[in-house]
Design a binder for this molecule. Structure first.
Ligand code: NAD
Ligand code: UDP
Length: 314
């Protein structure tokens, strides 16, 4: 397949480039480096099956030749990043989605949209199945991300219904692993950086809020299956690890795994920070035969090792 990946120099996008290339596909990556880095794809430069363009997908996109699959993953994903770039976030998941869907229509390509568990907002239903409509504050600080993702989901379904495009939506729950930016502000890189540099771990609120953390290799396997399997047109899937942890327990686990002398400090909780989050992955298990395999201990060990090497290398 000839595959276009937007957000290719980001955390998830770069791992997807690796996977599609490893499976023998041709990959074209687009990224404007807003929150990604050339370092994430520099090992692929020189690979004849990989082409990369520094490009902002809020602009019109045109590509020569055939295209079989588009994965639209461009978008700041850390709450710190999307609150620093609120308007760009809304543009990349409205205009960027429109342009990539238009390209899918032109080329007759299959389309995978990277949505998020944030479409469920601060959920009243727990765990969250795909059938839950969510509880999002439409004017709060997180709405730039949540509502843009909800708009993109609606637009993706509109292109599916009106133009018959083979679309698939992945609602991704908190995913972590190597290639996250040390300072991206999300909880796993924050805690790991703090633990390995001996700084206090910053737990927001009392740490009783929960998240369910999926290791990157498991997520990539789920996205790959969702993208290549036949008969999934117009479907939406939760992809995430269903094992739920409080943020305080995560902090203690990372201190333990890193062998760190760090203490834990408690600071203010961000506005509209969801209280609980855990995917119901019954559908992914049944339809694409997918479930995560990496334990949190193993995934964190690998990520801590990667961050250590990265910090030593500068
Ligand atoms: P990331 O910030 O590492 O990657 C996003 C990439 O998109 C970056 O390389 C950035 O430079 C690029 N980008 C942003 N605006 C762009 C534009 N206008 N044109 C081209 N490129 C642009 O984040 P990530 O964690 O890799 O997330 C990737 C996708 O997965 C996002 O759509 C995100 O919403 C979604 N997602 C991620 C998670 C997670 O836990 N990591 C959870 C849910 C959803
Ligand atoms: N969090 C925290 N300390 C940090 C960063 C995040 O306690 O240094 C909390 C945050 O308030 C949220 C959870 O960890 O409850 C997950 O935050 P993250 O930014 O990783 O992603 P979210 O799931 O909120 O999008």
């Amino acid at each position: 397949m000839r595959v276009l990946i937007t957000g290719a120099a980001g955390f998830i996008g770069s791992h997807l480039c690796d996977r599609f290339l490893r499976e023998g596909h041709e990959v074209i990556g687009l990224d404007n480096f807003l929150t990604g880095s050339p370092d994430n794809v520099s090992h692929l430069f020189g690979n004849p099956n990989f082409r990369f363009f520094k490009y902002d997908v809020t602009n019109f996109i045109y590509l020569e030749g055939e295209l079989d699959l588009i994965l639209h993953f461009a978008c700041p994903a850390s709450p710190v990043d999307y609150m620093n770039h609120p308007i760009h976030t809304m543009k990349v998941d409205s205009m960027g989605t429109l342009h990539t869907l238009g390209l899918a229509k032109l080329k007759g390509a299959r389309y995978v949209f990277a949505s998020t568990s944030e479409v469920y907002g601060n959920p009243e239903v727990h765990p969250q199945p795909e059938t839950y409509w969510g509880r999002v504050n439409p004017i709060g600080p997180r709405s730039v991300y949540d509502e843009a993702k909800r708009f993109s989901e609606a637009l993706t379904m509109a292109y599916h219904r009106e133009h018959g495009i083979d679309t698939r939506i992945a609602r991704i729950f908190n995913t972590y692993g190597p290639r996250m930016r040390v300072n991206d502000g999300r909880v796993v890189p924050n805690f790991i950086y703090q633990a390995i540099t001996g700084k206090p771990l910053t737990v927001y609120g009392d740490g009783s809020q929960t998240r369910s953390f999926c290791y990157i290799d498991d997520l990539v396997e789920g996205i790959y299956r969702l993208a290549i399997e036949e008969g999934l047109s117009g479907e939406v899937f939760n992809l995430g690890n269903p094992t739920e942890h409080t943020i305080l327990d995560l902090a203690k686990l990372i201190i333990d795994i890193a062998g760190s002398p760090s203490e834990i400090v408690f600071t203010d909780r961000p506005v509209d920070d969801p209280d609980r989050r855990k995917p119901d992955i019954t559908k992914a298990k049944k339809v694409i035969g997918w479930e995560p395999e990496t334990s949190i201990e193993e995934g964190l060990k690998r990520t801590v090792n990667w961050f250590r090497e990265k910090l030593v290398a500068g």
